[in-house]
Design a binder for this molecule. Structure first.
Ligand SMILES: NC(=O)c1ccc[n+]([C@@H]2O[C@H](COP(=O)([O-])OP(=O)(O)OC[C@H]3O[C@@H](n4cnc5c(N)ncnc54)[C@H](OP(=O)(O)O)[C@@H]3O)[C@@H](O)[C@H]2O)c1
Length: 167
C-alpha cells in the first residue's frame, strides 16, 4: 500500500504552535488542497493527539486513529477506527481489504512510527508563510529518507506545495 504523508509546516519547520494546538493557520487554499488529496486517497491515518486537535473525524474519508488505549475512545464505526496495532499490522489489514493508497496526516509522533517502519512513499508538504519559533516538527526524532523532488507548486497567495517521492 502506498502511503502519502500530507502535512503543512511553517517556514521554520513547525507543524503546530504547541503540542496540542490545532492547524488553524494555513491558507484556505491549503485546506482545499488537503481535503481534495485526502478525499481522493480515501483512507487517513493519524495519531490520537491529531484526532483530538481536529475535534473529530474527517468526513467522507475512512479515519484510522492510532492509540495505545482504543478502549478509552468512543466506539469505532464504519468510518472511524481506533487501533493499538502496529503500523505494519494495520497496513497489512487494509491492503488485504483492497486498499492501494492512504494518507498519513500526522502528527509528528505517528509520522515517526511510519518512517521507522519504512512505510512513507510520498510526501506533500505545504510551506506556510509563518514562523512560530517553537512547536513540534514533522518528525520528533532523526529520520533518514532519501527524497526526490516531483513537483513544486504555488498555493493560494503565499504558500507552496512541495511534492517528493521517497527513493
Ligand atoms: N501541520 C500539520 O499538517 C499537522 C498535521 C497533524 C497534526 N498536527 C499537529 O501536531 C500535534 C500532534 O502531534 P503529535 O506528534 O504530538 O501527536 P500524534 O502523532 O498526532 O499523536 C500521538 C499519539 O498517537 C498515538 N500513537 C502514536 N504512534 C503510535 C503507535 N505507533 N502506536 C500506537 N499509538 C500511537 C499515541 O496515542 P495515545 O497516547 O492515545 O496512546 C500518541 O500519544 C497537534 O498540535 C496537531 O495539531 C499538525
Amino acid at each position: 500500500m502506498r502511503i502519502v504523508l500530507v502535512m503543512a509546516q511553517t517556514l521554520d519547520g513547525r507543524i503546530a504552535r504547541g503540542p496540542d494546538d490545532p492547524v488553524d493557520w494555513t491558507e484556505a487554499a491549503d485546506k482545499a488542497h488537503f481535503s481534495a488529496l485526502t478525499r481522493r486517497l480515501g483512507l487517513v491515518f493519524m495519531g490520537s493527539s491529531t484526532f483530538d486537535a481536529m475535534g473529530g473525524p474527517l468526513p467522507f474519508r475512512k479515519n484510522v486513529v492510532f492509540t495505545r488505549f482504543p478502549e478509552r475512545r468512543p466506539p469505532s464505526s464504519e468510518d472511524l477506527l481506533f487501533t493499538s496495532e502496529t503500523v505494519e499490522t494495520v497496513l497489512e489489514r487494509f491492503a488485504e481489504a483492497g486498499y492501494k493508497e492512504a494518507a498519513l496526516i500526522g502528527g509528528g509522533r505517528l509520522n515517526g512510527a511510519f518512517a521507522r517502519a519504512g512505510r512513507i512513499d510520498a510526501v506533500f508538504v505545504t510551506l506556510s508563510p509563518l514562523f512560530f519559533g517553537e512547536g513540534p516538527t514533522l518528525f520528533p526524532e532523526d529520520i533518514a529518507m532519501d527524497l526526490k523532488l516531483v513537483d513544486v507548486s504555488p498555493l493560494g497567495e503565499n504558500s507552496l506545495v512541495l511534492h517528493y517521492r521517497v527513493a
